[in-house]
Design a protein around this ligand. Structure first.
Ligand code: NAD
Ligand code: TDX
Length: 361
């Protein structure tokens, strides 16, 4: 069992990183150390998501900054005596990577490189070796493996075959993480996860976008024939898996995390419509009528599926929340948090929606 003291979480103002920090402070048994959240507050970052934790003071610290800014990163390692990095920060939306790939290369590739190199420098010993009582955990995605046919699942041994600028930039970052382990002896772990959903997800992704469009009486855009398949996992199940890897994962290893819960987009939308209609007092027939098939995403991967046997057998993790229950919790959260939604559905978000969806429909 590793003992973690001062954890640097990157991208903690975003969806998964924010849920992770909340988990660390409220549910992670045995963790009493400090958490530093380094976030550049891009359109996807929202400091308000954690304002209650910030107000409490104590063990949680927010630092505004870019992961590719070396002096900022170095100063944080020194100031907080960081012994663990959990690296979530990324440009994370495939559609945006198609419209503007540069930010993805900057943050996902150069940002990850900067963090790795700063960690190597800070954790270096005077004899040229690196401390081994520290850890750099990198958060990655199933998308690095490309697209599957009708059967089979990605394993940790599957060769990388990324197809979008987003997945290519994540693949590059994964390779850098492993290179720093093999070349310099940096203690790393890496996890590739399937599609997450849950509270605080930015409403450019399928599930929150669809929930909010239903509540606002807007069309529900479905790309292509709606039969692309994703494997869905409730965000807290992902976070528990990351926490398990931080404590017990073998250094230098990668672990798959997934829902083992595959859905065609159109089938998922039908379930989500029923739940949102029931909870939001809406007419399900009318919502079904608002499904709108739109131009497909270029290079749209057909199917992803994750084989999670390694983390299950080696570390004893498993999914806890069923899909319907997870969707219900998610819809409840969006219904209960109109203030959070109003705060982000403006400005940059509006411009993006106009550019991407409203023109497609
Ligand atoms: P998100 O887009 O909701 O949040 C990203 C966060 O990173 C934001 O707070 C943003 O401000 C911050 N950020 C972006 N660029 C930065 C920079 N240069 N410096 C500092 N901070 C920066 O993303 P998410 O959905 O929470 O995803 C988190 C991680 O998990 C990403 O690495 C993503 O690739 C990976 N992942 C996501 C999913 C998913 O379904 N969402 C699935 C598998 C893996
Ligand atoms: O409006 C939509 N209509 C639609 O049909 C949107 C936003 C999406 N889709 C489709 C595209 C995908 O097949 O739904 C599926 C899910 O799309 P996204 O929510 O954009 O997620 P995806 O592209 O699968 O990527 C997500 O999972 C893996 C995250 O955004 C990534 O960060 C993660 O690595």
């Amino acid at each position: 069992m590793r003992s973690l003291q001062n954890i640097l979480v990157t991208g903690g103002a975003g969806f998964i990183g924010g849920n992770f920090i909340r988990f660390l402070l409220e549910k992670a048994a045995g963790f009493s150390g400090r958490i530093v959240n380094l976030d550049a507050l891009t359109y996807a970052g929202n400091r308000k998501s954690l304002e209650d934790l910030e107000a409490r003071g104590g063990r949680y610290f927010f630092e505004y900054g870019d992961i590719s800014d070396r002096p900022t990163v170095e100063a944080i390692f020194e100031k907080y005596r960081i012994d663990t990095v959990v690296h979530f920060a990324a440009e994370s939306h495939v559609d945006r990577s198609i419209l503007g790939p540069e930010a993805f290369v900057k943050t996902n590739v150069m940002g990850t490189f900067t963090l790795l190199d700063a960690a190597r420098n800070y954790w270096g010993e005077s004899d040229g070796t690196l401390r081994q009582d520290v850890l750099f955990h990198h958060i990655s995605t199933d998308e690095v493996y490309g697209s599957l046919g009708e059967t089979g699942a990605f394993t940790e041994a599957t060769a990388y075959d990324p197809r979008s600028p987003y997945s290519a930039s994540k693949a590059a970052s994964d390779h850098l993480v492993m290179a720093y382990h093999h070349t310099y002896g940096l203690p790393v772990t890496l996890s590739n996860c399937s599609n997450n959903y849950g509270p605080y997800q930015f409403p450019e992704k399928l599930i929150p976008l669809s929930i909010l469009n239903m509540l606002e009486g807007k069309p529900l855009p479905v790309y292509g024939d709606g039969r692309n398949i994703r494997d869905w996992l409730y965000v807290e199940d992902h976070i528990r898996a990351v926490w398990t890897i931080l404590q017990k994962g073998r250094t230098g290893e990668k672990y798959h995390i997934g829902g083992e819960n595959e859905w065609e987009n159109i089938q998922l939308l039908r379930v989500l419509i029923d739940i949102t209609a029931k909870k939001g007092g809406l007419d399900p027939e009318k919502l079904r009528g608002s499904i709108t098939y739109v131009t497909d995403r270029p290079g749209h991967d057909r199917r992803y599926a994750m084989d999670c046997s390694k983390i299950k057998e080696e570390l004893g993790w498993k999914q806890e929340l069923g899909f319907e229950e997870g969707l219900e919790k998610t819809v409840d959260w969006y219904l209960a948090n109109p203030g959070w939604i109003a705060g982000i559905r403006t400005g940059e978000y509006r411009k993006w929606i106009e550019k991407n969806y409203e023109k497609r429909i």
